[in-house]
Design a protein around this ligand. Structure first.
Ligand SMILES: [Zn+2]
Ligand SMILES: [Zn+2]
Length: 324
């Protein structure tokens, strides 16, 4: 399913299977999650968009071709291919162990072809061995919603009481992780979305309400998953002195101005960008122990546009996953 022109539907296109170059693998795609970032790709909301491009960066695939010089992965192995598709390894950020901020990165499904396809090629060094635990469909959303969510949770720090604004794919996974870690989760959904609030409570949240509501007590940290800049002021209001507000998305609408007093008293406001391979390895090692239950809605690959529309409109809970 190819994005040929920004802001237009993806087109079913027959292409020859791509061949892996040196240090690359090719996988037969088993499942590919649908992420909110894919909407930003289609809508041209990210800097320096490239078309034509095949979206999709939550790929579960089985290796069916191996390029020269690939180490540590073999034919037939099940792997996950995430958003961070390549880094140069030489820029100042790579050298300070912050490869998520690399100056010359490639991103799967954005600047290199992704997994809305029957086959995909990836840089082998950025693919994660997945083992055989968990179904392809249930593992796919872990590869972005899970990984970026995990990075956001780590950056949120030691917070005991943690709030999530936007209870979609990432928050429904992270609520289970935070609950398992012994934290108290406060879920903020679209105002009046009783279905999402019930869903949040079923995953261990101690409180669920609308994003226009104040939590019953001040929170230690908040993660904003919704791409809505207008949520920043209420999120700052929801955290205690010294509390932290983490923006987990790659794109957000403009942030309205707010009085400095809302930030004062050492509240912190920061963003999370991409992931490092270490984030992926840490999280994927932990995920089976936690026994994360991923709520998925499956769409055939040909219905990728429907899945994107449904995501935009919030028509399902949990995560959408495409299967070829
Ligand atoms: Zn770099
Ligand atoms: Zn994503």
């Amino acid at each position: 399913m190819v994005l040929k022109k920004l802001k237009t539907p993806l087109e079913w296109t027959e292409l020859p299977d791509p061949q892996p170059g040196p240090q690359e693998i090719r996988v037969k795609v088993l499942a590919c999650g649908v992420c909110r970032t894919d909407l930003h790709v289609v809508d041209g909301e990210l800097p320096n968009p490239q078309v034509p491009i095949i979206p999709g960066h939550e790929i579960v695939g089985r290796i069916d071709a191996v390029g020269q010089g690939v180490e540590g992965l073999c034919l037939g192995e099940r792997v996950g291919i995430p958003w961070l598709g390549h880094t140069d390894g030489t820029c100042p950020y790579c050298l300070m162990q912050r490869e998520n901020l690399c100056d010359r990165p490639l991103f799967t499904g954005f600047t290199r072809d992704g997994g809305y396809a029957t086959a995909a090629v990836a840089d082998a060094r950025f693919a994660f061995p997945l083992g055989e635990t968990g179904t392809d469909i249930s593992v796919a959303p872990l590869l972005c919603a899970g990984l970026i969510g995990w990075r956001s949770l780590v950056i949120a720090g030691e917070a005991k009481k943690i709030g999530f604004y936007g209870f979609g794919a990432a928050a429904h996974i992270l609520a289970q992780v935070a609950h398992w870690q012994g934290r108290s989760v406060y879920a903020f959904t679209r105002s009046g979305d009783a279905h999402a609030q019930t869903f949040a409570m079923s995953l261990g949240a101690v409180w669920a309400g609308g994003s226009d509501e104040a939590p019953p007590e001040p929170l230690d940290a908040v993660i904003i998953f919704a791409p809505v800049g207008a949520l920043l002021p209420p999120a700052l209001k929801a955290v205690r002195k010294g509390g932290r507000v983490v923006c987990a998305g790659i794109h957000m609408s403009d942030i309205p101005s707010f009085p400095y007093s809302m930030l004062w008293e050492e509240r912190e406001l920061l963003s999370v960008a991409n992931l490092t391979r270490k984030d992926g390895l840490d999280f994927l090692r932990l995920a089976p122990q936690i026994g994360i239950k991923v709520e998925t809605t499956r769409y055939p690959l040909r219905e990728a546009n429907q899945a994107l529309d449904d995501l935009r409109a919030g028509r399902f809970v949990g995560a959408a996953v495409l299967t070829p």
